[in-house]
Design a protein. Structure first.
Length: 585
């Protein structure tokens, strides 16, 4: 093996690793919507969790990415530790599909159908289709498909380049001598674990082993321990990802480690004893190829899963013993950095957290308006705490969404992220106004001020309208209720009309001496805050409506519906105008 072969090997390895990364990222992006659907169907069923891990890993071609994702889910509170165990088992089997794809490089035969299975026959065609999709089509989804094909073509080209570069090693005695060292099971396991930990991908590590097997110098006896070690090495990624996470996330990473380490100890012991007892020494001289490496890789993970499947609670207890509970209060992470490796899931998590934020914000308004007629310390403190929570949510979500928006997102995820960035600001402002309303209620209670019966009635009608418009805005955002969204703007106009009427009536009462200037100041501040709340609800509903049409022209939408040419708008305006008529309500 000369200098040029070494350079070819390095180039082939670079292409192989780059192609695997490129294809994996593109698959992950393309499958964003499907990943959301799968996660929504996640249950406590061990078998369904196993299928979830299997499917997701087959889709994104990386058990490391799936495991890191799961660590993030557990850390964020999306998933329980017990659910994570079965998903990790499925991921370990799902990752073996890559080895089967790479085994195509070892296909040999002269029949036409065998020739078609050879990468040299179909990879150029896939590369050409990938280039056409990526360079000449405008649809982002089709471009993603092109990137997947180009990544696969690059991966297979790199694999072939590595195989060609090392083919001359079969005649090098020193290389054969090095490989005989790995017939020692311990050395083989260590070699596989170290290589995989360095490149952080068992699929890539197995692919490199498959390329080396083309020399015809790797035996079954050497390959089997190396493959077992590769499964241990892939745990390094999850262990690194759990640094700084909560205890359950750390336990998830240790579950992955124990699954592979204990599985390796059991199967390596059985392999060593079986080889000695049954006189299978020929395994140390029997050459292994790409196909049989894929078989061994799959067999190891399937057998480990069969062994552990009935004992998931044992794995859970081992992890809990390793990472013990402490009396220190742990910080609950609403949004986990690890989810950023899967942008589609990160966006979905942002939406879930934003929905929680919206619920708290709506609750602060309901409690603040209730305090006007039923002032009490409990609700007062609840509003203050709620507003503080909403502020923290908005700050964390805003920063996180900015990071998510900088990632490669599908069109739908990009629209969702933009919508969330707009809407969380409105919900945060609603909670701010709830505190202002609260302060007005506090001032009235402390100074023992008393509105006239007529003023109390008018405010009661207005506050009912405010509570309904907040509920409509919440419903259209959280549940995607389009009917609720289109009712918000007509009700907002009715709120504006109510505000104007109450101000006019207040002036009339002042002139008659039925009200005081001091109460007038409180009333004016209160009306301003209530009107601002309805404005923010209008912004939320307008954003939901426009984003459903993939357009952010909220002002254009508002001008259109206020122009009176919308029959639906006019219907709801008349309905709310009658419902909240202060003369009749």
């Amino acid at each position: 093996m000369n200098l040029f072969d070494i350079l070819s090997l390095i180039g082939g390895l670079a292409l192989f690793l780059f192609g695997m990364q490129l294809m994996g990222n593109a698959l992950e992006k393309k499958a964003g919507g499907q990943l959301k659907t799968i996660l929504e169907k996640m249950t406590d069923s061990t078998f369904k969790g196993f299928l979830l891990g299997l499917i997701v890993t087959c889709v994104i071609q990386s058990s490391s990415a799936t495991t890191v994702m799961v660590v993030g889910f557990v850390n964020s509170g999306i998933m329980k530790l017990r659910q994570a165990i079965s998903i990790i088992m499925g991921a370990n089997i799902g990752t073996t599909i890559t080895a089967w794809i790479l085994s195509l490089t070892g296909v040999s035969g002269d029949a036409w159908y065998i020739q078609l299975c050879k990468p040299a026959s179909f990879v150029p065609v896939l590369a050409l289709i990938g280039v056409i999709f990526f360079m000449f089509l405008k649809s982002n989804k089709k471009k993603d498909t092109g990137v997947i094909l180009l990544g696969f073509a690059t991966l297979m080209t790199g694999m072939q380049a590595m195989s060609d570069a090392v083919s001359g090693l079969k005649n090098v005695p020193e290389f054969a001598n090095i490989l005989t060292l790995f017939t020692n099971p311990i050395l083989g396991v260590l070699a596989g674990a170290v290589l995989t930990a360095i490149i952080q991908s068992s699929s890539a590590s197995v692919g490199i082993l498959q390329a080396l097997s083309s020399t015809g110098a790797i035996s079954f006896g050497a390959a089997i321990p190396i493959i077992m070690g590769q499964n241990i090495g892939t745990c390094a990624t999850a262990l690194l990802s759990c640094i700084g996470a909560n205890k359950n996330a750390k336990r998830t990473a240790f579950v992955h480690l124990y699954f592979n380490v204990i599985g390796t100890v059991v199967l390596l012991t059985a392999f060593t004893i079986g080889k000695a007892a049954l006189n299978l020494a020929f395994l140390d001289t029997m050459v292994i190829d790409e196909f049989w490496i894929a078989v061994v890789h799959s067999a190891f993970n399937i057998i480990c899963t069969i062994i552990w499947f009935p004992f998931t609670r044992v794995l859970e207890k081992l992890a809990c013993i390793t990472v013990r509970d402490t009396e220190v209060q742990e910080k609950y992470e609403m949004l986990d950095e690890r989810l950023l490796v899967t942008p589609a899931v990160a966006v979905e998590r942002c939406k879930s957290v934003a929905e929680t934020m919206a619920e708290i914000s709506a609750d602060t308004i309901h409690k603040a308006t209730y305090l006007f007629s039923n002032y009490n310390e409990e609700d007062y403190n609840a509003v203050i705490k709620g507003e503080d929570k909403v502020d923290k949510y908005e700050d964390r979500l805003g920063s996180y969404l900015v990071r998510v928006s900088s990632l490669e997102l599908t069109d739908d995820d990009s629209i969702e992220a933009t919508k969330l960035l707009h809407i969380i600001g409105d919900f945060e402002r609603i909670s701010d106004h709830s505190v202002n309303i609260l302060k007005s209620a506090e001032e009235i209670a402390e100074k023992k001020l008393q509105f006239s019966g007529e003023a109390r009635h008018e405010l009661s009608v207005l506050m009912k309208a405010i509570n309904e418009i907040v509920d409509l805005a919440y419903d259209c955002f959280v549940h995607g209720n389009f009917d609720s969204a289109i009712q918000v703007e007509p009700l907002e106009q009715v709120v504006d009309k109510l505000n104007a009427s109450i101000k006019t009536n207040h002036i009339a009462r002042l002139q008659k001496g039925e009200c005081t200037i001091e109460l007038g100041f409180v009333l004016n501040d209160l009306l301003t805050d209530l009107e601002r709340v309805s404005d923010h609800c209008s912004n939320i509903a307008g954003c939901v409506i426009e984003m459903s049409h993939k357009d952010m022209s909220i002002h254009k939408y508002l001008r259109k519906v206020k122009g009176g040419d919308e029959q639906e708008y006019n219907h709801y305006f008349d309905y709310f105008n009658m419902k909240y008529d202060i003369e009749k309500a």
